[in-house]
Design a protein around this ligand. Sequence first.
Ligand code: SAM
Length: 289
Amino acid sequence: TRPYLGNPKYTIEVLQKYGFVFQKRFGQNFLIDTHVLDRIIQASEITKDDFVLEIGPGIGTMTQYLADSAREVTAVEIDDALIPILKDTLKEWDNVNVIHGDILKTDIRKIADEKNQGRPIKVVANLPYYITTPIIMGLFESHVPVDSITVMVQKEVADRMQTGPGSKDYGALSLAVQYYAKPEIVANVPPNCFMPRPKVGSAVIRLTRHQNPPVTAKDEKLMFRIIRASFNQRRKTLANGLKNSQELNYTKEQVEAAITECGLPLNIRGEALTLEQFAKLSDIFFDMK
Ligand code: SAM
């Protein structure tokens, strides 16, 4: 039988065999819990037709599970020391391809074109937490064809992605993620499921890409500038956030006119607005120019 690394005993054996030293700067916390691995695979709804991109395979623990479920897997790993280990731990699987590189500098579109004829791919990862947001936003904004992203992230970040107006966790990240996808937290994962144990709680979140965005703004970039400005100064009013933004240059009168035209009171806070309201507000500003 194949040496599945979900069993912590094998993980320890492999780490010792190679004298592997964990690199804090790469956000290395390896999964050592088979229930969590099963849950991730189940939530990602991978089939034998699917091409999967894994970000940061580590020693290949989840890669083995992904390779069992998918047609083909490409895994991108930055750490030199892990490349020979992956060669060893994945030798029994012939549908895995490891790329040695930085995911933020990888041409994912090219991978999707070559490996999946440009059809939507599935992304699955236990993400390095220090770059969660750039990875996810990069996937959405670069227009890589993506069907779903199922990822382990810091619990607090998962909450921010999933929540709506009125919650303390609601902000620019919630709106950006929800513009592109439907978020769904599928598991909460405690620190003892990893080696070494992270200081924070984790969660698995599935982001299912929208076929069409839930709102249409005349200028998508302007809408996101407005969203960022609105949350720049937490607990301040929307009007103040927009007036004091470095990214926008509207006068006090223009800001107040736009908020009023949107049917909102002048003392409203950014965290009270829905995505629809931000789209409407941004169209009002757009027409003002
Ligand atoms: N998937 C493995 C698991 O679940 O056991 C490891 C997950 S660990 C949280 C994150 C992995 O991402 C590490 O292997 C780390 O070296 C890798 N990594 C960190 N930064 C990266 C980057 N910029 N590009 C690609 N991989 C990266």
